[in-house]
Design a protein around this ligand. Structure first.
Ligand SMILES: [Zn+2]
Length: 580
């Protein structure tokens, strides 16, 4: 996270936090159960069988003892759905009907890149509408995309040559800014830059607030130089491919209304669904679906449909996508597109009404996979039967939710006639195989006891950031680097007038450290605790000073050495008198 306090006033952020219940928000994505005084569930950030993920309603924090993930309600959305801090605040504010007060411009480093991409978008739109865009408009007309859809998606045109670079240079951006934004590339011959997108129709990719952050581009003519048909913007300070779904913003509303979300592969598949009135479609931007994308989809609606190309690559990819979605705790269905077609062709050929028919044909991942193999009745060879059942159980085993697992196993049992008992033995074997997932490496989320005590007391004090401890403690009182970093952030927030500490402004690991502190530290802290700690800190300061003086003593000249020794004796006296 950057250093600034945020785009919204502290009061608004506090209000959002106060009117949000972390248990109910996390409860949407994780099955939480009360056990004694705590609430726990299976951690959504690593694979586990026994719950080590704790949510504290009093502290409004979560912490996983398995992988060290932890934070507040904002960090949860940031980590689970890959939202930015601003997006997380906006999302929760809109749910709580809180009007956010803005504190003017976002002044983060990423601002300039948003500006550049926004400028690029309006430039490409202008090109599309002008003379240069005639061929692009023709092309879209031939593909029978309505003007309304083209407008809605904000489709643009990147003309031939390096016109965008020239335009943006004129606007005053430096070459290195333009390169970092991903919109231009450094020339391989000599100096200068050139446009990344040329002779392409551009689909703007937006973040969840609707701001354009990158593009996907398609050539409208076969390239004579072998350039790829599709090209995506690279990862940049404002865009990470695996974090964003194309079309998410429009789809979010439509999906909630319809309680359905459709996952497609391509930009044109997406456009076709939108054209047919199904704005609940989202697309992965030309890559396999990532876990955060799968969670975003699962969180949108209870019905999740995967609709990929009808060739064998598309079929394999759709089963793989279903597995990833099941790993994230959701159960998708897969729509079969006839061999050789993609959703775009299919709907275009049969008209918008065919979407409903497609949806009606959706099948759970097990039945879909079995269908691909020609159906169970076509498997006559015993050896093949074993192979097929093992594959189906493997698909079922990607489900992390026990209910989804059992449901899928039951389907396997119904379709193949194998008993549940056998299948359960088989899935257990499947679980013990490989599948040791790349767990989040614990990067030392433990703080030493001293620093934990100091930070714990500050963070847990009733007065929050106005606790006298905040003024009393100095950075040097903390013994570890992360302790000092966290304290610096506490100090900064206190100085800026915030009442309660906002974890989300910390680096990932530091934020986990704090969350852990807040979840595991003994409940009450009172006056006496603070006084005890202040005394201990004073003693520690003397100890450090004495140590430092002694090390100076080694290199000191006569006169100086006398003075140093005098001070050391003084310290030792104080230590004896007060701290023994
Ligand atoms: Zn975990």
């Amino acid at each position: 996270m950057s250093g600034n306090i945020g785009y919204f006033s502290n009061e608004s952020v506090e209000r959002v936090r106060a009117s949000t219940d972390i248990v109910s928000i996390i409860g949407r994505y994780v099955n939480l159960k009360r056990s004694g005084r705590s609430i726990k569930g299976l951690c959504p950030f690593h694979k586990e069988k026994t719950p080590s993920f704790f949510v504290s309603p009093e502290r409004q924090m979560y912490h996983c003892f398995g992988c060290g993930a932890g934070g507040d309600v904002f960090s949860f959305l940031m980590n689970y759905l890959s939202f930015s801090f601003t997006e997380a605040v906006e999302e929760l504010a809109s749910e709580a009907s809180i009007k956010l007060e803005r504190t003017g411009r976002d002044t983060t480093r990423t601002d300039v890149f948003r500006e550049i991409v926004a400028q690029a978008q309006s430039y490409y739109r202008k090109q599309f509408r002008g003379n240069a865009g005639a061929a692009a408009r023709d092309y879209l007309e031939r593909r029978k995309l309505s003007e309304k859809t083209v407008e809605k998606l904000g489709i643009g045109w990147a003309p031939h040559g390096n016109t965008l670079s020239a335009h943006l240079r004129e606007e005053g951006y430096s070459e290195s800014q333009l390169i970092e934004s991903g919109m231009v590339l450094r020339s391989t011959q000599g100096s200068g830059v050139y446009d990344r997108f040329r002779d392409r129709i551009l689909f703007p990719i937006s973040d969840r607030r609707g701001r354009v952050i990158s593009f996907g581009g398609r050539l409208i003519e076969e390239s004579s130089t072998g350039a790829p048909k599709y090209m995506n913007g690279p990862d940049s300070p404002i865009y990470r491919k695996g974090d964003y779904l194309y079309g998410y913003r429009n789809a979010a509303k439509a999906s909630r209304d319809l309680d359905m979300v459709i996952l497609v592969e391509g930009y044109f598949d997406h456009a076709r669904f939108v054209d047919a009135g199904f704005e609940c479609a989202v697309a992965t931007c030309g890559t396999a679906i990532s876990p955060p994308q799968a969670r975003q989809i699962g969180a949108l609606a209870s019905s999740v449909l995967v609709c990929y190309d009808g060739d064998s690559a598309g079929q394999r990819a759709s089963v793989r996508a279903a597995e990833i979605i099941m790993e994230q705790g959701y159960l998708p269905e897969i729509i079969a597109i006839p061999q050789g077609q993609d959703p775009d062709d299919y709907i275009l050929e049969r008209g918008g009404e065919s979407v409903l028919e497609l949806i009606g044909r959706a099948n759970d991942p097990i039945r879909y996979a079995l269908e691909l193999l020609g159906g169970w009745s076509s498997v006559t060879d015993s050896g093949k039967k074993v192979k097929v059942v093992k594959r189906l159980v493997e698909i079922a085993s990607s489900a992390t939710e026990p209910v989804i697992r059992e449901t899928m196993l039951k389907v396997v049992s119904e379709e193949t006639g194998y008993s549940m008992k056998t299948l359960e033995l088989e899935i257990r074997e499947e679980d013990s195989k490989i599948r040791k997932p790349a767990e989040r490496k614990l990067k030392g989320t433990e703080l030493n006891r001293w620093d934990s005590r100091i930070l714990g007391l500050i963070l847990l004090s009733r007065e929050g950031l106005s606790s006298p401890m905040v003024d009393f403690i100095l950075k040097d009182d903390l013994h570890s680097e992360s302790g000092a970093r966290i304290f610096n952030e506490i100090k900064r927030q206190a100085d800026s007038g915030m009442k309660f500490f906002q974890l989300s402004h910390l680096e990932d690991n530091d934020s986990s450290i704090c969350a852990r502190l807040l979840t595991v530290y003994p409940e009450q802290t009172d006056q006496a605790d603070s006084e005890r700690l202040m005394k201990a800190v004073e003693k520690d300061r003397l100890r450090r000073e004495r140590k430092q003086l002694k090390s100076q003593l080694i290199a000191a000249e006569d006169e100086e050495s006398k003075e140093l020794q005098r001070r050391i004796r003084e310290i030792e006296k104080i230590e004896k008198k007060y701290y023994k």
